[in-house]
Design a protein around this ligand. Sequence first.
Ligand SMILES: [Zn+2]
Length: 474
Amino acid sequence: MSGLRINFSKSCVYGFNMSDSWVRGAAGVLHCGIGKTPFMYLGMPVGGNPRCKKFWAPVVSKFRQKLAVWKSAVLSYGGRLTLLNSFLWGGSGEKRKISWVKWEAICWSKEKGGLGVLDLRRRNWALLGKWWYRLGDGREGLWKRVVKEKFYEGKQEVGMIDVVSLRVLQIWGDIIRIGGKSEKLKNMLRHGFRWEVGEGCRVCFWRDIWVGNKSLRDLFPRLFQLAINKEGTVKENGLWEGERWKWGIEWRRERMGCEKDEEQGLGVVLASIKLRKGMADVWRWRHDVEGRYVVKIAYEFLAPEERLLEGQLCNLIWCKLVPSKVGFLGWRLCLDRLPTRWNLWKRGVMLQGEGMVCGLCKEGVEEVNHLFCTCKVAWLVWVKVFKWWGVEVVMPGTVRGVVDFFLWCWGSVGEKELGACMFLVTSWYLWFWRNSLVFRNNGELKEQLLELIQVKSYLWIRNKVNGCVFSLAQ
Ligand SMILES: [Zn+2]
């Protein structure tokens, strides 16, 4: 063994559900102290009630401490979370600034116009779904035995689908009742799993879903009442005659009236089933090609259908050639969530001095379409950029128009990427210039702006593209 030894004088004995005298005895034998719950272990509280807010307070405060340091250290960094803290939900602690984009939408994927920030609730649902999957997948486990004993009342492997209707407490309840959290989740879990029957040893003939999307009990309720073996497996409802499978369901009595129609229906359904001798039954999730439950796929599946921006626009914004901070500015620009003076005024911010006047030309109202397109100063910059690119453009009057130009002007994927890059870099420097004018009254940039745009885009593109396609001179 290694040289690691337990230092008993520094250790404690904790007793769970045992008498104090026993714990005292054990501590005496081991020569160590007696610990009290709750206590911290590896930074996590142990032994309290995890459903209480108080239980998590030390963890939350620890995170808050860490984030406070980190936030000021990397405020300029373009990573998403920092940006969220510093721009979107600006301010820390009690001092709330304007929230520019609703939190929900920020958690949508980038393809849908969000920022792809992890949605903790959705993620938790996706993780809990995994327990559902495991509950049915047939592998043994102590926890499953507990659940089955407790909630299935000792019945043989009953499909997990029924369990939701039972009254269940606490932790198991969280897993078992998760289907009730949202309609989409319920759908994904209740209708997302089904058995692929091999020999039929594990699938419950009446209760499990293994043909179509419903259990046979739901499909043929009258017959279910008549069946003798209601909990039996598929295999128990027939037998092999050599290599041929023959169904043989035992009934309490002869079928009459409507029951005969149902029996006919059942016959048709069963005729389409081919049991496979010696093959195991497999518990499949239909949202994955291989039938396994994948948390990531579940997470995506649970995302809302809505989107904030159309797909092409998202591709343009998150162009791989530029750093994420530049893409992020493009995102805010396309959503019209930049703190232009117009937008600030709309959100009730009192504007000092020049009021809503454009920071670049000091004439127009500083709203996004003016600042980035129709402003005569910005317009000159675009003209120079287009000239550099050798295209002639009638300058569109809206940001959307400029975006469309970059989306449709070039055909190939590579050209589109470069176009996106140009759009983003130019917008970035226009905004940068505007800010240096507004906040530092610094107009020096004017002469260098085109050069800055050219050099920066060249450097960024060269960084990302192997065998760069154009030189700085071009
Ligand atoms: Zn202007």
